[in-house]
Design a protein around this ligand. Structure first.
Ligand code: SF4
Length: 354
């Protein structure tokens, strides 16, 4: 664990602690219709299996609110209700059992409406996430800060948090997002310097699976490496299970989470004796929710294969006649290329407590 993590206040979303040195949690958000409770519950179960710690669900209308309670009751992980514009939906979601709510107080409206949400949150012991986005910063603030767009974003968060504090809310987390990675990094740095509420990291509208993973990793990687951030979401225009996989990998490779299977695979070249990308992807997909920390190497030939496979907990090094399976640094048996995925999954299962 990074010894330099910035100390923040500790809050809890359901049974998951956030801030105050708690492990950094991975979040995602459903993209089913919330009014379709069965589909939403199924997606949350898939996210949970992939290692998601906390899930967020949009509650955009009365039909979604009507389904929210049954979704919450069926879910194995804490559920955050995401509300915009209508304070009654926020109050309703809290009363229906939300473990936290995400609002942008700036679009909830008049102070008495924010107050109603704050009172419901306090009464039910539910934390409030203040989520400010560059796209919704008020024009007046943008004008006041001129070219300092980040300053306007930070001030927007500061004002909104101050409003909730004035209303008595004592469990808050904050996100400050821009689709521009450098603005996002700067905003979190500046806000972290003036507040000790836990921070929810994300790069908003990050993009597709490929570009979004890179953009999120670049932005959040910098911040996490500086000790900033208590919970993360990799936002992708893709199956949200991919968000969870990406978030877990990001934390693991920064040494912030020593759990999960790290699949390393060679980039392949003309020497490759097997379809390494497909094999590695199949293994990664199959093990995404496993908590045990193992390194698994999938290597295309004998140039670097035996060395990497020996250094890993489990590995295969392919050659023209098949592959050598390595377990805990030792070559154990020869297998056919078609046996690589089942053989690795079998060995992983042996190393994983049930
Ligand atoms: Fe190429 Fe072999 Fe290196 Fe893979 S391990 S990139 S196949 S030389």
């Amino acid at each position: 664990m990074n010894p330099h993590r910035q100390q923040t206040a500790k809050i809890s979303i359901g049974r998951v602690p956030i801030g105050g040195g708690a492990p950094i949690s991975v979040q995602s958000m459903t993209n089913t219709l919330t009014s379709d409770a069965a589909a939403t519950i199924a997606q949350i179960q898939a996210l949970t299996a992939a290692g998601c710690d906390i899930v967020r669900v949009s509650v955009p209308d009365a039909e979604s609110l009507a389904a929210f309670g049954s979704i919450r009751r069926a879910c194995p992980i804490p559920v955050v209700a995401d509300i915009h514009f209508d304070y009654r939906l926020a109050v309703g979601a809290i009363e229906a059992g939300a473990d936290a709510i995400r609002i942008n107080p700036g679009n909830i409206g008049a102070r008495d409406k924010v107050k109603a949400v704050a009172q419901a949150a306090i009464a039910h012991g539910v934390p409030v996430r203040v989520g400010v986005n560059m796209g919704s910063v008020k024009r007046a603030l943008l004008n006041r800060f001129g070219e300092d767009r980040v300053g306007a974003l930070v001030e927007s968060a500061r004002e909104q948090v101050e409003l909730l504090e004035d209303l008595g809310v004592n469990a808050i987390k904050v996100s400050l997002k821009s689709s521009d990675v450098r603005e996002t990094v700067e905003a979190y740095r500046r806000y972290a310097a003036i507040s000790n509420w836990p921070l929810h990291l994300g790069v908003t509208e990050a993009g597709t699976l490929f570009s979004g993973s890179i953009r999120s990793s670049a932005g959040m990687g910098i911040l996490l490496y500086e000790g900033i951030g208590d919970t993360i979401r990799v936002s992708l225009s893709a199956d949200p299970v991919r968000e969870v996989m990406a978030g877990n990998i990001l934390l693991e490779c920064l040494g912030l989470r020593s759990q999960g299977i790290r699949v390393i695979a060679c980039p392949t070249c003309a020497r490759a004796c097997a379809d390494i990308p497909t094999i590695a992807a199949q293994v990664e997909e199959a093990v995404s929710g496993i908590k045990t920390h193992l390194v698994v190497a999938v290597m295309g030939c004998i140039v670097n294969g035996p060395g990497e496979a020996r250094d890993a907990d489990l590995g295969v090094a392919c050659d023209p006649k098949g592959a050598m399976l390595f377990v805990n640094g030792r070559p154990t048996r020869r297998i056919a290329i078609s046996e690589i995925v089942p053989a690795l999954l079998n060995e992983i299962e042996k190393e994983t407590p049930s």
